[in-house]
Ligand binder design. Structure first.
Ligand code: ADP
Ligand code: ASP
Ligand code: MG
Length: 406
């Protein structure tokens, strides 16, 4: 008898009909003789609806209260799923993060898991009861409800699989696996049967929201095999596993698009030691993650300093940077919400020069201006104007011949 963790995303739980269908999948797995532990997201659109409600009352809701509010989305779907399972004759019990408990740090809206107690889950499993865990949520040591960042139910599922030593963590979603690009914007995207944790980490970190990056980090750390499959019936699926020698090491294995970032520029900064630190340290203190950074070559003792950060953090970051800009006597601060980051990812890049040139040429041929560039051993990212984002994905997919598995 194997233990399987099955996670269902919001689109798989859009209506009571969807929930009944998913309950059927869970009951069928259990009837085959396997043990199942379930993790659910909120019903489709629910997290956004709750966020909008909070915004109507305050432009900056207290983080603690916003997390309490958002966690209700998953609370409702866990209870609904347990009800649906009961109606199919399958004993089930819902659990909230705070009941288990799933302990996190106190970083509201982006909390990290510290510990997961499996006592209640083990007890249920031993009694033949299917535990249905509300994803995306946890609790701090002093009892505040936290959430794990958008898409965080994936991470709850992997944490559960690791703690219960499950044989596999299945992520059921609205696509039948991981593709070479988001199939919703690139119809030529090719299905991947297998992908390494390393490549999936890059894809997830650069905008492929099919898996939250933290879930892939955890899966790699605890060697949990991840299986991405469709809730809507398809024979295809993708294994996210440890890299093996049979795995194709494509020069470029995928193209991603990230529309979640904004750009801040501090113009005409006096060029002297400590400036980058002065500008960025208040952001670090406010737990704002800075991504790409460019400092222009100095001209007549002045330079421009530009970086990207999550759009949601832009208002706060702008305030902090404007304060520093006045102190260091920079000319002005410019904010730009209108950007997209397009990236090419592939472990084979390590041994193949010329990938960057090919990427720049493909964008230039379409007259797409590159505003910022960053590279690592296995990826190249370019910031471009937002309106060209989807087009750039399709162009790069074509330029690297990904539809044919080159
Ligand atoms: P869920 O609600 O099940 O968590 P998400 O919306 O978070 O689902 O993630 C699934 C979506 O991820 C797909 O609908 C797809 O458009 C998008 N996606 C982005 N990049 C990729 C990719 N490379 N492969 C597959 N899906 C991708
Ligand atoms: N409901 C949360 C979100 O919309 C968590 C998740 O879906 O994984 O981000
Ligand atoms: Mg998701």
């Amino acid at each position: 008898m194997a233990l399987i963790v099955q996670k269902f995303g919001g689109s798989s739980l859009a209506t009571p009909g969807h929930i009944r269908r998913v309950a059927g999948t869970i009951a069928a797995t259990r009837n085959r003789g396997d043990q199942v532990a379930v993790v659910v997201s909120a019903m489709e659109g629910e997290t956004d609806r709750l966020l909008d409600l909070a915004q109507e009352l305050s432009p900056e809701p207290p983080a603690r209260e916003q997390d309490s509010l958002l966690a209700t989305g998953e609370q409702a779907s866990a209870a609904l799923m347990a009800i649906a399972l009961h109606s199919l004759g399958c004993p089930a019990r819902s659990f909230l993060g705070l009941q288990l408990p799933l302990l996190t740090d106190g970083n509201h809206s982006r909390a990290r898991i510290l510990d997961l107690s499996t006592g209640l889950l083990q007890q249920a499993l031993e009694q033949g009861i299917v535990p249905v865990v509300a994803g995306f949520q946890g609790v701090t040591a002093d009892g505040a409800i936290t959430t794990l960042g958008r898409g965080g139910s994936d991470t709850s599922a992997v944490a559960l699989a690791a703690a219960l030593k499950a044989g596999v963590c299945e992520i059921h979603t609205d696509v039948d696996g991981v593709y070479t690009a988001d199939p919703a914007i690139c119809p030529q995207a090719r299905h991947l049967k297998k992908i390494s944790y390393e490549e999936m980490l890059e894809l997830a970190g650069l905008g492929a929201k099919v898996l939250q990056i933290r879930s892939v980090e955890l899966a790699q750390k605890y060697q949990v095999p991840l299986l991405v499959k469709s809730s809507f019936g398809s024979n295809k699926c993708t294994w996210v596993v440890k890299e093996d020698e049979n795995m194709e090491s494509a020069v470029v294995s995928g193209i991603t698009l990230d529309r979640s970032e904004a750009k801040l520029s501090v113009i005409r900064v006096p060029d002297r030691p400590g400036i980058a630190y002065r500008i960025l340290s208040p952001l670090a203190e406010a737990a704002i993650n800075v991504d790409m950074i460019i400092q222009n070559a100095s001209s007549e003792g002045y330079t421009d300093f530009t970086f990207t950060l999550p759009k949601v953090d832009l208002p706060k970051a702008r305030q902090l940077v404007e304060f520093v800009a006045r102190e260091i006597e920079a000319l002005e601060v410019r904010a730009d919400n209108n950007i997209a980051k397009v990236s090419a990812v592939g472990t084979g890049m390590k041994n193949h020069p010329g990938v960057a040139a090919r990427m720049f040429k493909a964008l230039a041929d379409e007259n797409i201006n590159i505003q910022m560039i960053s590279t690592s051993e296995i990826r190249i990212s370019c910031v471009i104007e937002a309106k060209y984002g989807e087009l750039a994905v399709r162009i790069l997919h074509e330029a690297f011949n990904l539809a044919n598995g080159a």
